[in-house]
Ligand binder design. Sequence first.
Ligand SMILES: [Zn+2]
Length: 165
Amino acid sequence: MIPIRIVAIPTEVADKVRRTMRAPFHRFPAHAELAKDNAPCRHCLRTFAVGKDRRILFTYDRFEGVEALPQPGPVYVHEDSCGRYEGDSGFPEELRGSPRTLEAYGRGRRLLGQEYVNDGKFEAAVEKLFDLAEVDYIQVNSTTAGCFTFRIERADRPVTSGPEN
Ligand SMILES: [Zn+2]
C-alpha cells in the first residue's frame, strides 16, 4: 500500500467561516442549520447527527491552494469547533458506508482517472489510481450529491505543505 495523507479542509478555513458566516470563495453568505441528513463535516470528516448537530453550509473551492482555476461547490462544517481529521489516520471509517467518487489528478488539474466505490473498498481504488505515476492527488466526492469531501495525497509527495494544508 502506498502511504497516503488524508487532507480535510484547513482549520483556518473552518474557523473563519464560523467567525464571519461568509465563504472564503467570493465571500458568499454562509447558512447555519440543524443537520437534516448524515452528510460529513469537511473538517473532522465525521457524519452529522440528524436533528442534533448544527452545521454551516458554505461555498468552497475544492482546488483551493492546489490549482489556479477554482471549482466552487457546497460543503458543510460543524457550527461549533471540531478537531481536524488527522492526515495519517487512513480512510475515514464513518464514510466507508457511503458511495464516493475518486478523481485522480495530475498537477494542472488534469483528470487522469476515476473510480466509483460503492462497497467500502477504498484502499484498493486509491492504490489503483496512485499506481499511475502522473497522478499527484485524488479528490474524493459524494457520488450521490456530487459535493467535495476531502483530498488524498501521496504521503511522500505532498501537493501542499505546512500545518494548515
Ligand atoms: Zn466537524
